[in-house]
Design a protein around this ligand. Structure first.
Ligand code: 5AD
Ligand code: SF4
Length: 477
């Protein structure tokens, strides 16, 4: 996976909440940590709970049920959850003293990894549900109300997606014109630094018909851009109606036929699973956005081997050349780890050279931190913290420069922009460029501005590149 990271957790936005408030029913507050798959899971959990009479709230004080949908990829992830649980315990005491219900649940990858330990260390918690069992939440809540705490962390044999209410019932305008759709979960790659194979389990692909059905429902609810998610999304495999084996390239072609969906993306991919048909889709599928998150982690073959990445730096570079040959417009993003055990100055310079050679439009980079239970944690020659920091600094300086250069090269281009939400300033509307950069327009300044609305796809000309976003004006026709 790839990298659990679908897109890696954004450190600036430590956690997100989502939801719309409603009236007399019980209310659930969901706090989502980590990657896009957790964002998707949170939405599906609230769908499941909506069918059971819960409405969402974004105000913690109003909630009868709070779910922490946790991420385990970063260092001290579990400790951060325990400290959040300490705060919630105090709130629970106060609410219970007023005679009000306040159920606390932990879901997601920390729930999977810690299991019963959570109830031992944080007795105020009522339920612990792993990522493969959240379709059982309504039943678990009934158990809790009858006084039984519940821990559900089995890798379920049943297909949770079959047991969840269909999304169009719950997809409201508040979910906007973009959506995630999980097509694949889990990972069998076992990179030696990564917890994902242990928290999300082994690779499973959802069947074609189930995915197409969900995509149609999302399109029917107004979604125009769909991001297909998987820890190892390009390992997706299935069969078509005639029983032929197909891969992600064919899945994208099937989804591209759905009316109303205009833009498709997928994340996260492993270099080993980029097959010819998927690469070809970047030339033939006009709805597929020219952007690919393709983590490499290191540019040193020695370190790649120790990481069990199953590819060399040369394999990766050759792959990048093949993808760019079919679509020269395509922008790449990546994930990097510095200071993996045994990484020498020379290994690190190899990574810097690979970055120079590829040229990334966007990247996520991390200092290696050992995860208990992963093989990397037991390797000798851990790199001192200061050395990791120095390397990360140099690497990020180079990556930020590439990102800025890429953004500057966008100035003057006319692009299609899907308006996703209102901006921070009055009159601003925000969307994403084909290359996933946020693009801000000032609708007031255009003749057609007052008619623009969220969900429109419009032509804009990029006028300026800021540090994190692009600015654009409507290209009047
Ligand atoms: N230490 C540092 N970075 C890690 N990642 C995953 N596990 C670790 C770890 N133990 C990074 C990888 C991955 C991204 C989601 O997080 O770069 O692609
Ligand atoms: Fe990605 Fe490797 Fe982790 Fe699998 S084990 S999720 S391929 S980083």
């Amino acid at each position: 996976m790839n990298d659990q990271a679908l897109q890696p957790p954004d450190p600036a936005a430590d956690a997100t909440t989502h939801g719309a408030v409603n009236t007399n029913t019980r209310k659930v507050f969901v706090k989502t940590y980590g990657c896009q798959m957790n964002v998707y899971d949170s939405a599906r959990m609230t769908d499941a709970l909506a069918a059971d009479g819960y409405s969402e709230t974004t105000v913690l004080e109003d909630a009868d049920l709070v779910l922490l949908n946790t991420c385990h990829i970063r260092e001290k992830a579990a400790e951060k959850v325990y400290s959040e649980l300490g705060r919630l315990r105090d709130m629970k005491k106060a609410k219970n003293a007023e005679g009000r219900e306040f159920v606390i649940g932990v879901t997601g990858c920390v729930a999977q990894a810690e299991g019963k330990e959570i109830l031992r260390r944080a007795p105020a918690v009522d339920l612990v549900v792993g990522p493969q069992t959240y379709h059982r939440l309504p039943q678990v809540l009934r158990d809790v109300r009858e006084g039984r705490k519940a821990v559900e962390t089995d890798y379920s044999l049943e297909d949770k997606f079959e047991h969840l209410p269909s999304p169009e019932k719950a997809v409201t305008k508040s979910r906007g014109p973009t959506a995630f759709l999980t097509v694949q979960e889990g990972c069998d790659k076992f990179c030696t630094f990564c917890v994902v194979p242990y928290t999300r389990g082994s690779e499973v692909s959802r069947p074609l018909a189930q995915i197409v059905d969900e995509a149609k429902k999302l399109a029917g609810a107004g979604v125009r851009e769909l991001t297909l998610l998987g820890q190892n999304v390009n390992a997706w495999h299935g069969t078509d109606a005639d029983g032929n084996a197909i891969g992600l390239g064919e899945l994208i072609a099937a989804i591209a036929e759905i009316d109303g969906l205009d833009r498709l993306r997928y994340t996260t991919s492993h270099p080993r699973d980029m097959d010819d048909r998927l690469i070809a889709a970047h030339a033939t599928q006009s709805k597929l956005m020219p952007y690919l998150h393709l983590p490499v982690q290191s540019g040193s073959d020695r370190i790649l081997k120790a990481m069990n990445r199953k590819h060399t730096a040369a394999d990766y570079l050759a792959l990048v050349r093949r993808i760019r040959a079919v679509n020269p417009e395509l922008a790449l993003s990546g994930d990097f780890i510095v200071g993996f055990p045994g990484e020498t100055d020379e290994d690190f310079e190899d990574t810097m050279r690979l970055i120079e050679e590829v040229g990334y439009a966007q990247a996520f980079s991390f200092k290696y931190s050992p995860r208990p239970g992963t093989p990397g944690a037991d390797l000798p020659d851990h790199v001192p913290e200061e050395m990791k920091s120095e390397r990360l600094d140099r690497l990020q300086t180079l990556l930020f420069k590439q990102q800025r250069d890429f953004a500057r090269a966008c100035v003057g281009k006319t692009i299609d922009l899907l308006l996703e939400k209102e901006g921070r300033m009055e009159g601003q509307l925000v969307g994403r460029s084909p290359w996933l950069q946020p693009v801000i327009i000032d609708a007031k300044t255009t003749k057609s501005g007052d008619k623009l609305k969220i969900g429109d796809i419009i032509k804009v000309r990029i006028t300026e590149a800021g540090p994190n976003s692009l600015f654009a004006e409507v290209a009047e026709s």
